[in-house]
Ligand binder design. Structure first.
Ligand SMILES: Cc1cc2nc3c(=O)[nH]c(=O)nc-3n(C[C@H](O)[C@H](O)[C@H](O)COP(=O)(O)OP(=O)(O)OC[C@H]3O[C@@H](n4cnc5c(N)ncnc54)[C@H](O)[C@@H]3O)c2cc1C
Length: 422
């Protein structure tokens, strides 16, 4: 995989570098270039490895996937060439988990084959991190759901064959059961892409961005377009977001590793003050910090993957949140150091570091902002913590000293600590 990604996928990053390129199934040239590579991946038994065998994957489990995603994360195109690109992976998972036979045949199979791409349409212009604030509605009229409202940052909507839309279907239900998921083909009348929003680093002269600001103008879909049951929108969303986050975290290990390798090459190639950069202590500090932090982060991701594979469903929830928080920070710190070590060359658009830098803020926002995940981690560690008994903390040494003396009073004969030590 390492050789294949380096020699076959990374050149495609150079040829088709724009944000939407891997998702644009109508770009005949790009598709012609990657088609034989996708076939090679399938022949090697490495296609869509995130999936269980009954869905065409290998069922390798998350731990192996973590090692594989580390390799794939180095290249922008590699996930598409290996059938593991987000958000299609998450959408495929929820179609597999909650879809009817008809939905699976119509949407899941072409998604798994890599012939179409899809969009997850949840965030709204007025609310993102807190889905309880969502207002986009779907109401029943005859034998149809009618969707009315707006969605924001629906990634890849301009290329997608269908959208999975989260909409309020029961205004009176408790917050977590007010919403449902609907699968909506993108050619359904009433879908208006107000604009394709670009992100930092997108060249406004080149094209629009890839994140759809969508208005649903009384978009009608049949009743059986619902994915999961009525009011199960939260449940379905949660089922996809956990996997999505941990897979991003795995790929981020690879991106960090690539930046680190660039640092290592540069410091033994460049001289200043009569010696290599590698021989200057400040630079050594940057190399050492990067090696240590990257290894710590990699091990956190691998542990998370191991827990997903080996412990009951939900056991990795806090670990996934920890990975989500850590990935934005470590990616920032390592890419920043890599740029610094490359000097002025580091800030040019002539290395992969520029695109990495532009992607930093998104990592701390997409799939939920860092703060929300930190809150979740903190709550997990304080929810079952017990308050101290009495005025002082349970680690209060004078109290513990008294207790220790009392415990061994029959041996020490009521001596003080000083006397006992003599
Ligand atoms: C590259 C990218 C791709 C995306 N793709 C999709 C997609 O395909 N589909 C989709 O539906 N959405 C998508 N999103 C949207 C993403 O899910 C939201 O950006 C995210 O949930 C945060 O919502 P928001 O942007 O509205 O921020 P807000 O909810 O406005 O939050 C703004 C800030 O407020 C603070 N904050 C929020 N909540 C809390 C809290 N509980 N405690 C403390 N501070 C808090 C944080 O600093 C946060 O960054 C994407 C976003 C990005 C950047």
């Amino acid at each position: 995989m390492r050789d294949f990604v380096k020699n076959e996928c990374e050149p495609i990053d150079i040829l088709f570098p724009h944000h939407g390129d891997p998702y644009d199934t109508k770009n005949a040239k790009a598709r012609a270039v990657i088609a034989p590579l996708q076939e090679a991946v399938k022949a090697q038994g490495l296609w869509a490895c995130h999936l269980d065998p009954h869905l065409g994957g290998k069922g390798y489990g998350q731990l192996k996937l973590a090692y594989m995603n580390e390799i794939l994360g180095r290249s922008y195109w590699a996930p598409t060439i290996f059938g593991t690109a987000a958000p299609d992976t998450g959408n495929a998972e929820i179609l597999a988990m909650f879809g009817t036979d008809d939905q699976k045949a119509r949407y899941l199979q072409p998604l798994l084959d890599g012939t179409i791409v899809s969009t997850f349409s949840m965030t709204e212009p007025q609310a993102g991190a807190d889905p309880k604030e969502f207002v986009c509605r779907a109401y029943q009229e005859g034998n149809e759901w009618v969707i009315e409202g707006e969605k924001w940052f629906s990634s890849n909507a301009r290329y997608a064959a269908f959208l999975i839309v989260m909409a309020v279907t029961d205004l009176d239900a408790p917050a977590h059961s007010r919403m449902s998921m609907l699968v909506v083909p993108t050619d359904t009348p009433g879908i208006e892409i107000v604009r394709n929003v670009g992100t930092i680093g997108d060249d406004p002269a080149h094209d629009e961005g890839i994140h759809g600001y969508i208005r649903y103008n009384k978009v009608r879909v049949p009743l059986d377009a619902m994915l999961g049951g009525p009011g199960e929108g939260f449940k379905v969303a949660q089922a996809r977001l956990g996997g999505g986050r941990v897979h991003h975290a795995m790929r981020t290990v690879g991106k960090c590793q690539r930046a680190f390798e660039m640092m290592q090459e540069r410091v033994v190639s460049r001289r200043t003050q009569g010696k290599l950069l590698a021989d200057h202590q400040f630079v050594q500090g940057m190399i050492a910090d990067t090696a240590i932090e990257l290894e710590q982060y990699r091990l956190l991701v691998l542990k998370t993957a191991w827990v997903i594979d080996n412990e009951p469903h939900g056991a990795a929830r806090t670990l996934i949140a920890m990975c989500k928080v850590a990935m934005a920070k470590i990616y920032h710190d390592i890419v920043q150091r890599a740029i610094q070590i490359h000097g002025s060359y580091g800030v040019t658009n002539e290395t992969p570091l520029a695109a990495m830098w532009m992607g930093l803020p998104s990592l701390a926002l997409a799939d939920g902002p860092t703060e929300v995940h930190k809150v979740q981690v903190a709550k997990a560690f304080t929810r079952h913590a017990k308050p101290s008994v009495g005025l002082f903390p349970s680690e209060h040494i004078p109290t513990r000293r008294d207790a220790a003396l009392a415990k061994y009073a029959d041996i020490l004969g009521g001596a003080s600590v000083l006397e006992a030590a003599e």
